[in-house]
Design a protein around this ligand. Structure first.
Ligand code: ATP
Ligand code: MG
Length: 393
């Protein structure tokens, strides 16, 4: 049995009135975007608080479901049989053959769950449940009804047409990208930041990204790895505008003027400042990093406070309470891990002190930064002006 339609289930809590309309619009847009990469012709239809994906040509079931599973806002994907209303007997026949096609072993407990969006249908939902149940029991004596905890819940929705389904493939959850503004992700070539971007996008936030590149200390291949990671995140978040900033001169200048044990913190403060510049320029409402408390010296509470101090925008750190393994688990789930562990460093070892400060004092850091006063503003301006924008989708 080839399914020609998917019923898309989405969370409805808190999306009443106008919000609901925006939510559905954004969801339809994201579904269309996700299906662009899938071979075949699809139509996404919105009707009476339902979203359907119709497959108009031959298509690959697995590939289509995989694409839909990456769309935030979808709670469940139901392959559904759609039939015209030709009376109850015809419906019963269709339901019986649906069960035949879907389940080779007919020895499970089930419940029929009918809904009538069209109230002029001659039977009530209750009558439909009982009568269809009876037809199924007649056809397959191995079946049993269990109204409390059925193994198979057979849904029958009576609308203009009739929709029959029993399988709900779990979706990604979250909210459709575009329903919650935009934020700027500081994306490096590591494991954490792609996961952080994924998690914020999951809440409906559109993502732009910035990568600080330090040629020739970091290779062209390291940059390509970041582009690859952005592409992986974009499979969930939609297209990403990736700003690649040449950070070499700033790093060398800091290295030259400031105590080496403070290098990482001061570098991070400049990364935040520059990221915030792009964020403001492009209408972002916050920054996103992959930081997690205590993971490395630059992520102690004191270091985070020192990095945070230069930002005027909210900084979202969705991994803040995650252990490394928990982050790796998400990275694997979103297929980023293999790329993240490729051995192209996003940061040159000469810029990493042997004994970095773990409890930086903000006043001390500020004082060190005054040593940069002569040139740093011009350098930041140059870095911003010469940044390359890569459109990733
Ligand atoms: P990741 O796995 O994301 O690289 P990490 O464990 O290596 O993180 P750090 O290198 O301390 O941690 O970086 C912390 C965060 O700072 C990163 O998650 C990322 O958001 C940002 N960041 C670090 N380096 C860069 C860079 N070169 N370009 C852009 N953002 C960066
Ligand atoms: Mg890193």
């Amino acid at each position: 049995m080839e399914f020609k339609t998917f019923l898309i289930k989405y969370g409805e809590i808190g999306i009443k009135g106008k919000n609901r309309y925006l939510f559905e619009e954004a969801l339809v847009k994201q579904i269309r975007h996700a299906l662009k990469a899938v071979e075949g012709e699809f139509e996404v239809q919105r009707e009476q608080g339902r979203i359907y994906v119709h497959c108009l040509s031959h298509y690959d079931f697995e590939e289509t479901v995989e694409a839909l599973k990456r769309v935030f806002g979808i709670v469940g994907i139901c392959p559904v049989v759609v039939t015209e209303d030709h009376g109850f007997e015809a419906l019963a026949d269709t339901v019986v053959s649906y069960v035949d096609a879907q389940y080779s072993q007919k020895d499970f407990t089930f419940k029929v769950d009918s809904r009538r969006a069209r109230k002029n249908y001659p039977k009530t939902s209750m009558e439909l449940n009982c009568d269809l149940g009876e037809k199924l029991l007649d056809a397959y004596p191995g079946l049993r009804v269990d109204v409390h905890k059925p193994q198979v819940m057979l849904s029958v929705e009576i609308r203009e047409k009739i929709y029959i389904y029993s399988r709900i493939i779990p979706g990604a959850g979250g909210m459709p990208v575009g329903t919650n503004g935009k934020a700027m992700l500081l994306l490096s070539g590591g494991i954490d930041s792609p996961v952080a971007g994924y998690m914020i996008a999951k809440r409906g936030v559109k993502i732009d990204a910035v990568y600080f590149h330090a040629p020739p200390y970091t290779s062209e291949r390291a940059k390509q790895k970041v582009v690859d990671l952005a592409r992986i995140v974009s499979r969930y978040s939609g297209p990403i505008a990736l700003h690649v900033v040449n950070f070499t001169d700033i790093q060398l200048y800091i290295y030259d003027k400031c105590p080496h044990d403070e290098l990482t913190i001061i570098m991070r403060r400049y990364m935040m400042r520059i990221a915030e510049h792009f964020a403001k320029e492009t209408g972002c409402l916050g920054l996103i990093t992959g930081e997690s408390i205590g993971q490395v010296a630059s992520q102690t509470m004191q270091s985070l406070a020192a990095t945070n101090e230069v930002c005027t925008m909210p900084v979202y750190r969705p991994l803040i309470g995650f252990d490394k393994q928990e982050i790796v688990d998400v990275s694997l789930k979103i297929d980023a891990y293999e790329t993240s562990i490729q051995p192209f460093e996003d940061c040159c070892t000469i810029f990493v002190a042997k004994h970095p400060v773990t409890k930086p004092n903000i006043n001390v850091i500020r004082r060190s930064e005054t040593k940069l006063e002569e040139k740093i503003d011009d350098m930041v301006k140059t870095a911003v002006d010469t940044a390359e924008m890569i459109w990733v989708e």
